[in-house]
Design a protein around this ligand. Structure first.
Ligand code: NAD
Ligand code: UDP
Ligand code: UDP
Length: 320
């Protein structure tokens, strides 16, 4: 790439599942990447392939504290995403979303950088509108066990749009629906990695509730393509914009697929449904299709095969 096209890009939460894929993609596109992460759920190991690359730099930093660096673009991904982890220290989760957004927006304002926010389908809560469109305001419990994450992310969206209106900034807000793939932590706690690890170990597959609740699963490579497209889109496209795969499955169907592909003999067992667990979720992606010419290509069977290969290798290494 010609140097005048090379950008300096900050990725917060870059040592996590999505962040590490994003750092890799941006480096492969020829950009300089500064990854800032406090390693709460992320790991240096996720970035090991990038350490020898002079375009890559890793900084241990907590986004709830100010950060003074000089970059052209910021992707703000820092925040634990799995219910198990974001509920472990809920006050810190809210601080990460809210103080983190304020600091990254303050930084972007000072250096006139374009800034992307990793928002979430959780802003729709347990939705009455199905599939969810960006114009739907959501149904979120403000005082439940998921609120630290849901309301933190909603407040971060508010901050992004207030900085946009008040300070004329270039913002990009993506509402990400359930995404899975290689480099999820084996103890991440989210459903795809839980089921795959359980199936490969021969442990019982833990279905919460009766398994009839639905989710729509996006493979990580498709999502990262969406991130880059929204960042590169014209300034008037601020979002919020849904990014996800609209193919919807019940959690029981997901378990059956994982058992089928792995050939596992794990039994399915049922555990209580956690409170406020959304019953259905499916993105309407017509806005992303039109504005970004983006549509996910990798369907669940193929994505699961790739994810299962990753975990087979990882668990094999750990066994030796
Ligand atoms: P992850 O837990 O793997 O990654 C989050 C990263 O943020 C980790 O590396 C963690 O160490 C870091 N982090 C947490 N708190 C921090 C802080 N205070 N300062 C600096 N770093 C901090 O999760 P992920 O799936 O990669 O999610 C990345 C982002 O995308 C999150 O903001 C999440 O809310 C959002 N998101 C993800 C999904 C999904 O399905 N994967 C869906 C919706 C939204
Ligand atoms: N900030 C930062 N890096 C910068 C500039 C600002 O981390 O380069 C943080 C700083 O902590 C500040 C916050 O961003 O409190 C919000 O900045 P803003 O300029 O919007 O408001 P301020 O609080 O400075 O009036
Ligand atoms: N779930 C499950 N078993 C697990 C983990 C999760 O049945 O071991 C369910 C969970 O109750 C939810 C869905 O799978 O209905 C997706 O959960 P996840 O934590 O992956 O993400 P969420 O979309 O709820 O944030």
């Amino acid at each position: 790439m010609k140097n005048n096209l090379r950008k300096r890009i900050l990725v917060t939460g870059g040592a996590g599942f999505l962040g590490s894929h994003l750092c890799e993609r941006l480096i492969n596109d020829g950009h300089e990447v500064l990854c800032a992460d406090n390693f709460y759920t992320g790991r240096k190991h996720n970035l090991s392939a990038l350490f020898s690359n002079p375009l890559f730099e890793l900084l241990r930093h907590d986004v709830t504290f100010p950060l003074y660096v000089e970059v052209d673009e910021i992707y703000n991904l820092a925040c634990p995403a799995s219910p198990v982890h974001y509920q472990f220290d809920p006050v810190q989760t809210t601080k990460t979303s809210v103080h983190g957004a304020i600091n990254m927006l303050g930084l972007a304002k000072r250096i006139k950088a374009k800034i992307f926010q990793a928002s979430t389908s959780e802003v729709y809560g347990d939705p009455e509108v199905h599939p969810q469109t960006e114009s739907y305001w959501g149904r979120v419990n403000p005082v439940g066990i998921r609120s630290c994450y849901d309301e933190g992310k909603r407040c971060a969206e508010t901050l992004f749009f207030d900085y946009f209106r008040q300070h004329d900034m270039r913002i990009k807000v993506a509402r990400i629906f359930n995404t899975y793939g290689p480099r999820m932590h084996p103890n991440d706690g989210r459903v795809v990695s839980n089921f795959v690890v359980q199936a490969l170990k021969g442990d019982p597959i833990t279905l919460f509730g009766d398994g009839s609740q639905t989710r729509s699963f996006c493979y990580v490579d498709d999502l990262i393509e969406g991130f880059v497209r929204i960042m590169d889109s014209p300034d008037e496209i601020t979002g919020p914009i849904n990014l996800g795969n609209p193919s919807e499955f019940t959690i029981r169907e997901l378990a059956e697929k994982v058992i089928d592909i792995t050939g596992s003999r794990s039994p399915m067992i049922y555990k209580p449904l956690p409170s406020d667990d959304p019953l259905q979720r499916k993105p309407d992606i017509s806005f992303a299709q039109k504005a970004l010419n983006w549509t996910p290509n990798i369907q669940l069977d193929e994505g699961l095969k790739r994810t299962i290969c990753y975990f087979e290798e990882l668990l094999g290494q750990n066994a030796t």
